[in-house]
Design a protein around this ligand. Structure first.
Ligand SMILES: N[C@@H](CCC[C@H](N)C(=O)O)C(=O)O
Length: 294
Protein backbone atom coordinates (compact mmCIF):
# COMPACT_ATOMS: atom_id res chain seq x y z
CA UNK A 1 0.00 0.00 0.00
CA UNK A 2 1.50 3.37 -1.05
CA UNK A 3 2.10 5.68 1.91
CA UNK A 4 2.95 9.36 2.32
CA UNK A 5 3.29 9.77 -1.44
CA UNK A 6 3.35 13.49 -2.16
CA UNK A 7 2.20 14.95 -5.46
CA UNK A 8 5.26 15.76 -7.56
CA UNK A 9 6.76 18.85 -5.90
CA UNK A 10 7.36 22.05 -7.89
CA UNK A 11 11.12 21.84 -7.15
CA UNK A 12 13.12 18.64 -7.42
CA UNK A 13 16.73 18.28 -6.30
CA UNK A 14 18.96 16.49 -8.79
CA UNK A 15 22.52 15.42 -9.52
CA UNK A 16 23.71 15.08 -13.12
CA UNK A 17 26.30 12.45 -13.98
CA UNK A 18 27.58 10.28 -16.78
CA UNK A 19 29.52 7.11 -17.48
CA UNK A 20 31.35 7.36 -20.82
CA UNK A 21 28.78 10.01 -21.80
CA UNK A 22 25.77 7.78 -21.15
CA UNK A 23 24.18 10.51 -19.06
CA UNK A 24 21.74 10.41 -16.19
CA UNK A 25 19.73 12.65 -13.91
CA UNK A 26 19.95 11.20 -10.40
CA UNK A 27 17.07 11.97 -8.03
CA UNK A 28 17.88 11.53 -4.34
CA UNK A 29 14.53 10.34 -2.93
CA UNK A 30 15.50 7.96 -0.11
CA UNK A 31 11.92 7.24 0.98
CA UNK A 32 10.54 7.04 -2.58
CA UNK A 33 8.06 9.84 -1.98
CA UNK A 34 8.35 11.39 -5.43
CA UNK A 35 5.58 10.55 -7.90
CA UNK A 36 7.96 9.69 -10.74
CA UNK A 37 5.56 9.32 -13.66
CA UNK A 38 6.61 9.12 -17.30
CA UNK A 39 5.72 12.80 -17.98
CA UNK A 40 8.14 13.90 -15.28
CA UNK A 41 10.84 11.55 -16.59
CA UNK A 42 10.45 12.91 -20.13
CA UNK A 43 10.54 16.53 -18.88
CA UNK A 44 13.72 15.95 -16.88
CA UNK A 45 15.42 14.11 -19.76
CA UNK A 46 14.38 16.56 -22.50
CA UNK A 47 17.54 17.97 -24.11
CA UNK A 48 16.05 21.38 -24.91
CA UNK A 49 13.36 22.02 -22.30
CA UNK A 50 14.78 19.94 -19.43
CA UNK A 51 18.12 18.96 -17.90
CA UNK A 52 18.80 16.41 -20.62
CA UNK A 53 19.70 12.76 -20.08
CA UNK A 54 19.48 9.24 -21.49
CA UNK A 55 17.78 8.10 -18.30
CA UNK A 56 16.79 8.75 -14.70
CA UNK A 57 18.31 7.03 -11.67
CA UNK A 58 16.08 7.49 -8.63
CA UNK A 59 18.05 6.86 -5.39
CA UNK A 60 15.79 5.18 -2.83
CA UNK A 61 15.96 2.22 -0.51
CA UNK A 62 14.49 -0.99 -1.89
CA UNK A 63 12.20 -1.22 1.15
CA UNK A 64 10.77 2.26 0.52
CA UNK A 65 10.08 1.43 -3.15
CA UNK A 66 8.12 -1.67 -2.07
CA UNK A 67 6.27 0.35 0.57
CA UNK A 68 5.30 2.95 -2.05
CA UNK A 69 4.27 0.19 -4.50
CA UNK A 70 6.87 1.27 -7.08
CA UNK A 71 8.19 -2.32 -6.78
CA UNK A 72 5.64 -5.09 -6.27
CA UNK A 73 8.23 -7.09 -4.31
CA UNK A 74 11.94 -7.17 -3.59
CA UNK A 75 13.85 -8.66 -6.54
CA UNK A 76 15.70 -11.91 -5.65
CA UNK A 77 18.75 -11.19 -3.54
CA UNK A 78 17.91 -7.51 -2.90
CA UNK A 79 17.51 -6.50 0.76
CA UNK A 80 15.04 -3.93 2.09
CA UNK A 81 17.93 -1.78 3.29
CA UNK A 82 19.83 -1.84 -0.02
CA UNK A 83 20.08 1.33 -2.08
CA UNK A 84 18.06 0.65 -5.20
CA UNK A 85 18.64 2.12 -8.66
CA UNK A 86 15.09 2.83 -9.88
CA UNK A 87 15.96 3.22 -13.58
CA UNK A 88 13.79 4.95 -16.21
CA UNK A 89 14.64 5.44 -19.88
CA UNK A 90 14.35 8.97 -21.32
CA UNK A 91 11.00 8.08 -22.93
CA UNK A 92 9.56 7.22 -19.50
CA UNK A 93 9.75 3.43 -19.84
CA UNK A 94 11.19 1.27 -17.07
CA UNK A 95 14.30 -0.84 -17.70
CA UNK A 96 15.53 -3.71 -15.59
CA UNK A 97 19.19 -2.77 -15.59
CA UNK A 98 21.72 -0.14 -16.64
CA UNK A 99 25.43 -0.96 -16.41
CA UNK A 100 26.81 2.57 -16.77
CA UNK A 101 24.05 3.68 -14.42
CA UNK A 102 25.24 1.36 -11.65
CA UNK A 103 28.74 2.90 -11.79
CA UNK A 104 27.37 6.45 -11.56
CA UNK A 105 24.80 5.44 -8.92
CA UNK A 106 27.44 3.80 -6.67
CA UNK A 107 29.71 6.85 -7.09
CA UNK A 108 26.82 9.17 -6.11
CA UNK A 109 26.01 7.04 -3.04
CA UNK A 110 29.58 7.52 -1.84
CA UNK A 111 29.78 11.21 -2.86
CA UNK A 112 26.56 12.01 -0.94
CA UNK A 113 27.60 10.04 2.16
CA UNK A 114 24.97 7.32 1.67
CA UNK A 115 27.64 4.59 1.37
CA UNK A 116 31.26 4.07 2.33
CA UNK A 117 33.84 3.85 -0.42
CA UNK A 118 34.89 0.28 -1.29
CA UNK A 119 32.21 -2.32 -2.01
CA UNK A 120 28.74 -0.81 -2.52
CA UNK A 121 25.56 -2.94 -2.74
CA UNK A 122 23.28 -1.69 -5.53
CA UNK A 123 19.83 -3.22 -5.98
CA UNK A 124 18.27 -3.31 -9.45
CA UNK A 125 15.16 -4.90 -10.95
CA UNK A 126 17.50 -7.67 -12.18
CA UNK A 127 18.85 -8.32 -8.70
CA UNK A 128 21.91 -7.08 -6.79
CA UNK A 129 24.80 -5.58 -8.78
CA UNK A 130 27.69 -5.09 -6.31
CA UNK A 131 29.99 -2.24 -7.30
CA UNK A 132 33.56 -1.57 -6.14
CA UNK A 133 34.88 1.97 -6.17
CA UNK A 134 38.46 1.48 -7.41
CA UNK A 135 39.40 5.18 -7.49
CA UNK A 136 37.57 8.19 -6.12
CA UNK A 137 38.68 11.79 -6.51
CA UNK A 138 35.64 13.93 -5.75
CA UNK A 139 33.56 14.25 -8.88
CA UNK A 140 35.44 11.51 -10.69
CA UNK A 141 35.60 7.81 -9.93
CA UNK A 142 36.52 4.50 -11.50
CA UNK A 143 34.04 1.77 -10.63
CA UNK A 144 33.91 -1.99 -11.26
CA UNK A 145 30.45 -3.56 -11.37
CA UNK A 146 29.68 -7.25 -10.97
CA UNK A 147 27.29 -7.62 -13.92
CA UNK A 148 26.26 -11.23 -13.28
CA UNK A 149 26.04 -14.08 -15.75
CA UNK A 150 25.09 -13.08 -19.31
CA UNK A 151 22.45 -15.42 -20.72
CA UNK A 152 22.67 -16.35 -24.40
CA UNK A 153 19.21 -16.61 -25.98
CA UNK A 154 19.95 -17.51 -29.61
CA UNK A 155 20.39 -15.72 -32.91
CA UNK A 156 18.41 -12.95 -34.52
CA UNK A 157 19.04 -10.11 -36.96
CA UNK A 158 18.47 -6.36 -37.36
CA UNK A 159 18.08 -3.96 -40.24
CA UNK A 160 20.19 -0.81 -40.01
CA UNK A 161 19.58 1.43 -43.01
CA UNK A 162 20.05 -0.75 -46.08
CA UNK A 163 22.12 -3.39 -44.24
CA UNK A 164 21.02 -6.45 -42.30
CA UNK A 165 23.22 -7.73 -39.45
CA UNK A 166 23.08 -11.07 -37.64
CA UNK A 167 23.65 -11.03 -33.90
CA UNK A 168 23.52 -12.97 -30.64
CA UNK A 169 20.63 -12.22 -28.29
CA UNK A 170 22.05 -11.70 -24.81
CA UNK A 171 20.03 -11.21 -21.64
CA UNK A 172 21.96 -8.92 -19.28
CA UNK A 173 18.91 -8.47 -17.08
CA UNK A 174 17.69 -6.37 -20.02
CA UNK A 175 17.51 -7.52 -23.66
CA UNK A 176 20.30 -7.06 -26.21
CA UNK A 177 21.12 -8.07 -29.74
CA UNK A 178 24.90 -7.87 -30.11
CA UNK A 179 26.01 -7.94 -33.74
CA UNK A 180 29.72 -8.47 -34.41
CA UNK A 181 30.19 -7.69 -38.09
CA UNK A 182 32.97 -9.49 -39.99
CA UNK A 183 35.31 -7.04 -41.73
CA UNK A 184 33.65 -3.95 -40.22
CA UNK A 185 36.11 -1.12 -39.54
CA UNK A 186 35.75 1.96 -37.34
CA UNK A 187 35.00 4.30 -40.23
CA UNK A 188 32.16 2.17 -41.63
CA UNK A 189 30.80 1.66 -38.10
CA UNK A 190 30.75 5.44 -37.56
CA UNK A 191 28.76 5.95 -40.78
CA UNK A 192 25.90 3.54 -39.93
CA UNK A 193 22.51 5.27 -39.43
CA UNK A 194 22.15 4.04 -35.85
CA UNK A 195 20.45 7.28 -34.81
CA UNK A 196 17.34 5.75 -36.40
CA UNK A 197 15.43 2.86 -34.81
CA UNK A 198 16.82 -0.40 -36.27
CA UNK A 199 14.27 -2.92 -37.53
CA UNK A 200 14.16 -6.00 -35.26
CA UNK A 201 12.13 -9.18 -34.82
CA UNK A 202 9.29 -8.20 -32.49
CA UNK A 203 8.32 -11.86 -31.94
CA UNK A 204 11.85 -12.58 -30.66
CA UNK A 205 11.97 -9.34 -28.62
CA UNK A 206 8.38 -8.58 -27.56
CA UNK A 207 9.61 -6.09 -24.93
CA UNK A 208 11.92 -4.28 -27.38
CA UNK A 209 15.70 -4.60 -27.58
CA UNK A 210 18.94 -2.67 -27.27
CA UNK A 211 20.95 -3.11 -30.49
CA UNK A 212 24.76 -3.11 -30.55
CA UNK A 213 26.90 -3.17 -33.70
CA UNK A 214 30.62 -3.82 -33.32
CA UNK A 215 33.86 -4.53 -35.09
CA UNK A 216 35.36 -8.03 -34.60
CA UNK A 217 37.79 -8.70 -31.73
CA UNK A 218 41.32 -7.56 -32.53
CA UNK A 219 44.09 -7.67 -29.92
CA UNK A 220 41.52 -7.71 -27.12
CA UNK A 221 39.59 -4.67 -28.37
CA UNK A 222 36.42 -3.85 -30.29
CA UNK A 223 34.60 -0.64 -31.28
CA UNK A 224 30.86 -0.51 -30.72
CA UNK A 225 27.82 1.71 -31.27
CA UNK A 226 24.41 1.23 -29.73
CA UNK A 227 20.78 2.12 -30.26
CA UNK A 228 19.05 1.85 -26.90
CA UNK A 229 15.49 0.85 -26.25
CA UNK A 230 13.70 3.88 -24.80
CA UNK A 231 16.52 6.36 -25.43
CA UNK A 232 17.68 6.15 -29.07
CA UNK A 233 21.35 6.22 -29.97
CA UNK A 234 23.51 6.83 -26.88
CA UNK A 235 27.25 7.38 -26.53
CA UNK A 236 27.63 4.21 -24.44
CA UNK A 237 25.62 1.38 -22.86
CA UNK A 238 27.18 -0.74 -20.09
CA UNK A 239 24.92 -3.78 -20.42
CA UNK A 240 25.36 -3.54 -24.21
CA UNK A 241 29.13 -3.36 -23.80
CA UNK A 242 29.13 -6.63 -21.84
CA UNK A 243 26.76 -8.22 -24.38
CA UNK A 244 29.13 -7.11 -27.15
CA UNK A 245 32.16 -8.53 -25.34
CA UNK A 246 30.32 -11.86 -24.98
CA UNK A 247 29.46 -11.87 -28.69
CA UNK A 248 32.96 -10.78 -29.80
CA UNK A 249 34.62 -13.46 -27.67
CA UNK A 250 32.14 -16.07 -28.98
CA UNK A 251 32.92 -14.96 -32.54
CA UNK A 252 36.61 -15.58 -31.76
CA UNK A 253 35.78 -19.03 -30.33
CA UNK A 254 36.14 -18.07 -26.63
CA UNK A 255 33.75 -18.15 -23.66
CA UNK A 256 35.96 -16.13 -21.31
CA UNK A 257 38.46 -13.31 -21.53
CA UNK A 258 39.07 -9.58 -21.22
CA UNK A 259 37.80 -7.09 -23.80
CA UNK A 260 38.27 -3.33 -24.00
CA UNK A 261 35.27 -1.78 -25.74
CA UNK A 262 35.58 1.64 -27.38
CA UNK A 263 32.29 3.51 -27.68
CA UNK A 264 31.68 7.09 -28.90
CA UNK A 265 31.78 8.24 -25.25
CA UNK A 266 35.05 6.57 -24.20
CA UNK A 267 36.42 3.18 -23.19
CA UNK A 268 35.18 0.49 -20.80
CA UNK A 269 36.76 -2.86 -19.85
CA UNK A 270 34.84 -6.13 -19.60
CA UNK A 271 35.96 -9.29 -17.80
CA UNK A 272 34.12 -12.47 -18.69
CA UNK A 273 34.54 -15.78 -16.85
CA UNK A 274 32.54 -19.03 -16.99
CA UNK A 275 30.47 -17.80 -14.05
CA UNK A 276 30.01 -14.06 -14.49
CA UNK A 277 31.08 -10.72 -15.89
CA UNK A 278 32.46 -7.38 -14.74
CA UNK A 279 32.35 -3.89 -16.23
CA UNK A 280 35.04 -1.37 -15.24
CA UNK A 281 34.94 2.25 -16.24
CA UNK A 282 34.61 5.88 -15.27
CA UNK A 283 31.88 7.84 -13.55
CA UNK A 284 31.68 11.63 -13.51
CA UNK A 285 29.30 13.77 -11.45
CA UNK A 286 29.01 17.04 -13.35
CA UNK A 287 26.35 19.14 -11.61
CA UNK A 288 23.73 19.36 -8.94
CA UNK A 289 20.77 21.68 -8.63
CA UNK A 290 17.04 22.18 -8.55
CA UNK A 291 14.66 21.32 -11.39
CA UNK A 292 11.66 23.66 -11.53
CA UNK A 293 8.62 21.85 -12.76
CA UNK A 294 6.32 23.98 -14.88
N1 LIG B 1 22.44 2.59 -20.85
C1 LIG B 1 22.18 1.47 -20.06
C2 LIG B 1 20.98 0.64 -20.41
C3 LIG B 1 19.69 1.39 -20.11
C4 LIG B 1 18.43 0.57 -20.31
C5 LIG B 1 18.14 0.21 -21.74
N2 LIG B 1 17.90 1.35 -22.57
C6 LIG B 1 16.93 -0.74 -21.76
O1 LIG B 1 15.79 -0.28 -22.00
O2 LIG B 1 17.12 -1.93 -21.53
C7 LIG B 1 23.43 0.68 -19.71
O3 LIG B 1 24.46 1.32 -19.49
O4 LIG B 1 23.37 -0.54 -19.55
Amino acid sequence: MAQNRSVAPAEITFIKGHGTMNDFVLLPDDRAELELDSDLVRSLCHRRAGIGADGILRIATAGALVEQAVLSELPDGVLETDWFMDYRNADGSIAEMCGNGVRVFAHALVATGRAETGEVRVGTRSGPRPARILEHRGDRAVVRVDMGQPELLGLSSVQVGDRAFAGIAVDMGNPHLACVVPGLDGETLAALPLHRQPGFDTDFFPEGVNVEISTPLREGRVSMRVHERGAGETMSCGTGIVATAVAALADAGCTAGEVVVTVPGGEVAVGLTESGSTLTGPSVLVAEGTFRRS
